[in-house]
Write a protein that binds this ligand. Structure first.
Ligand SMILES: [Zn+2]
Length: 147
C-alpha cells in the first residue's frame, strides 16, 4: 500500500467509505486532471474495517466543498514537503453546482441543457437542498427505500 510519505505535495482524501471512491473520483472530475491520481480501494482501517483513499499529486484546483455533501466523514489532508500541513474540516456546502439534478420536469434545468444545476442548502440539520430555479426540494433516491 502507498503511504502518505510517498506524496511530496498534494491532497490525500482519507476515510472514504469503502466502495465510494469512484463516485468521488467522478464528482471531483479527477479524470480531467493531468497530475498523478491514485485511488486505493478497500484499504484496512482500524476505524471502519475498510476504507478507500484518494491521493492527488500537486496543487490541483479542486472544489473540495462538494465532499462535505457526499460524506463529511472524509478526512482531507493537505500535504506539502511530505508532511500534513493542514486537515480540512468538511461542512455542508451552501451551494451545490452541477452535483445533483432537479427532478421537476417543468424546471428550467430540465428544458435548457446548457444551464447549471444549482441547489441551495435550506436545512442544515436535515441536509435539505432546494433548486434555486423552481424551489423543488432534492430527494435522494436512497431515501424512502431505507424505511
Ligand atoms: Zn428545479
Amino acid at each position: 500500500m502507498l503511504n502518505i510519505d510517498s506524496l511530496e505535495k498534494g491532497i490525500v482524501l482519507d476515510h472514504i467509505r469503502a466502495g465510494s471512491s469512484m463516485k468521488i473520483y467522478d464528482l471531483l472530475h479527477l479524470a480531467n486532471l493531468d497530475c498523478c491520481v491514485a485511488v486505493i480501494k478497500n484499504a484496512k482501517s482500524s476505524k471502519f474495517g475498510k476504507k478507500d483513499i484518494i491521493k492527488i499529486e500537486g496543487t490541483a484546483d479542486i472544489d473540495l466543498d462538494v465532499l462535505g455533501y457526499i460524506d463529511h466523514n472524509i478526512t482531507v489532508n493537505i500535504i506539502d514537503d511530505g508532511k500534513i500541513i493542514e486537515k480540512k474540516q468538511l461542512v455542508l456546502p451552501k451551494i451545490l453546482k452541477n452535483v445533483i439534478k432537479c427532478k421537476n420536469p417543468r424546471c428550467i434545468t430540465s428544458v435548457e441543457e446548457e444551464i447549471d444545476h444549482i441547489f441551495r442548502l435550506t436545512d442544515d440539520s436535515n441536509q435539505r437542498y432546494r433548486c434555486v430555479y423552481c424551489e423543488q426540494e432534492y430527494q435522494d433516491k436512497s431515501e424512502g427505500t431505507a424505511g
